[in-house]
Design a protein around this ligand. Structure first.
Ligand code: GSF
Length: 204
């Protein structure tokens, strides 16, 4: 099994953490999606990572589809409840965490990909408001619990950890820890896990 990804992507990290927790072996192929000659589109026409290449050559994307596939691959350390309200709750946490990252990503791209005179401050403010509101919902949802939901470590915690870890990595100037002490505590706890340590975001 081959994972096309990068060492900084929060979505790739989410997949790598699930692979690690479920003890699934894989090959990581690093691709820079921003390089003009990158080959990602040969696997995923959307040109996005992560993209999982299965043993039969089939491609799986995006990260939510990949982690759902992986969780069903082996009974080792199930991270998504089998069905019902519990499954929906975990997947909604994942959508919240990925949505926070999506918004932060768009705000950052507005600065990195556009010359100053073309940037829209209103657009950046719109995206960062989504980030702030997502943080509030995460903090309220976690409360003083040990895990996001179901009273145990699930994909919800993996997704939240990847989103907060990416904010820490790419938005060091954004102080989300002071207003959301419980989220800061949760991330610091998750960062002790080998799966998080081994996939800490870094530049290639
Ligand atoms: C988002 C992946 C994504 O935007 C998922 O896998 O969950 N919904 C998808 N990945 C970025 C790389 S990143 O996270 O550093 C990506 O591939 N961007 C390239 C592009 O063309 O948007």
């Amino acid at each position: 099994m081959e994972l096309i990804g990068s060492l900084a992507s929060p979505y790739v990290r989410k997949v790598r953490i699930v692979l690690s927790e479920k003890k699934i072996d894989y090959k990581l192929t690093i691709e820079d999606v921003w390089a003009p000659d990158n080959k990602v589109h040969e696997y995923n026409p959307l040109g996005k990572i992560p993209c999982l290449i299965m043993e039969d050559g089939g491609a799986v994307f995006d990260s939510r589809v990949i982690v759902e596939y992986l969780d069903g691959l082996t009974p080792v350390h199930k991270l998504i409840p089998a069905s019902g309200r519990a499954r929906t709750e975990v997947k909604t946490w994942e959508a919240l965490a990925d949505g926070l990252t999506d918004a932060a990503f768009l705000a950052r791209a507005e600065v990195l990909q556009r010359p100053e005179h073309e940037r829209s401050p209103k657009w950046i403010e719109r995206q960062m408001t989504k980030v702030e509101r997502a943080l509030v919902m995460m903090s309220q949802g976690l409360g003083d619990k040990a895990w996001c939901c179901e009273g145990k470590y699930t994909l919800a915690d993996v997704a939240v950890g990847c989103a907060l870890g990416w904010l820490e990595f790419r938005f060091p100037q954004l102080d989300w820890r002071s207003p959301h002490v419980n989220l800061a505590r949760h991330l610091d706890k998750l960062k002790q896990r080998p799966s998080f340590i081994d996939t800490a975001p870094r530049l290639a």
